[in-house]
Ligand binder design. Structure first.
Ligand SMILES: [Zn+2]
Length: 254
């Protein structure tokens, strides 16, 4: 499993590989992952979540859009009067369907954002000033729609001077990412023709452009192409139905 530790050990980003098993087989369609998942245990182990917390891994139903879920808001909506804190944070039952979204922001040390990808760019974010963490599914549609910018806006909580640090996991690199048709004009009109090399899209140039505009410090890029590395699923190269999971967990004991 790939991991990145944010400054001061404030949060850990984790990207699963095929050696952690099939994400689809393990997680099915449930939105809040149950503690029986071996992948969840692997995340807990690598993030060293051994301080008594029971981390709940929360993922949206992804639709290549720009909607962002906030964990406290989501769980707050389930709050019932008279509940204790622990009960407030209890997730909905296994299999409950969450809102459609392509990024999750969390303000809770118990709620860990998760997104699934296979070629799209999985980016983890941390904001030191607000203490928020986020996982973003950044494909071309979501980037055109503004999912990354919207996540940064929420993470800042109105503090324009707040620093955001970003970390990028495996995604399809330009040499493997053939991108043709009218959608090429849409992407080029938004991000400029320079993000293409003939019919190949450079997703990282798009993300770097958005991050520069949002003043995100990109501190880490694992450098792995899902199309080239057989340890990671690619839907474009080989048509994999599997996904890699990005989880962002608050804190670390390392
Ligand atoms: Zn490649």
């Amino acid at each position: 499993m790939l991991s990145f530790l944010f400054p001061e050990g404030a949060a850990t980003a984790l990207w699963s590989s095929s050696s952690e098993g099939s994400v689809l087989a393990q997680w099915g369609s449930s939105a809040v992952l149950d503690s029986a998942s071996s992948l969840q245990r692997a995340f807990d182990r690598v993030a060293q979540v051994d301080d008594g917390r029971e981390v709940r891994y929360v993922r949206p139903r992804q639709v290549h859009g720009s909607t962002v879920i906030e964990v406290d808001r989501l769980w707050g909506s389930l709050k019932r009067s008279g509940d204790s804190l622990a009960e407030e944070l209890a997730p909905p039952s296994h299999g409950t369907s969450f809102a459609e979204a392509d990024a999750v922001v969390s303000w809770s040390s118990i709620g860990a954002p998760v997104v699934l990808t296979a070629d799209c760019l999985p980016i983890a974010l941390y904001c030191a000033e607000t203490g928020g963490i986020a996982a973003v599914h950044a494909g071309w549609r979501g980037l055109v729609g503004g999912v990354l910018a919207e996540t940064c806006r929420l993470l800042r909580r109105g503090r324009s001077d707040a620093t955001i640090v970003g970390a990028i996991g495996p995604y399809i690199h330009q040499e493997c990412y053939e991108f043709k048709g009218p959608e090429q004009d849409l992407v080029a009109s938004r991000f400029g023709p320079g993000v293409f090399d003939h019919d190949h899209l450079n997703l990282s140039l798009v993300v770097e452009q958005v991050c520069a505009g949002e003043e995100v410090d990109l501190a880490f890029d694992c450098g792995i192409c899902t199309g080239c590395d057989p340890n990671y699923p690619s839907s474009r190269i080989g048509g994999s139905q599997e996904r890699l999971a990005l989880a962002v967990v608050m804190g670390s004991r390392r």
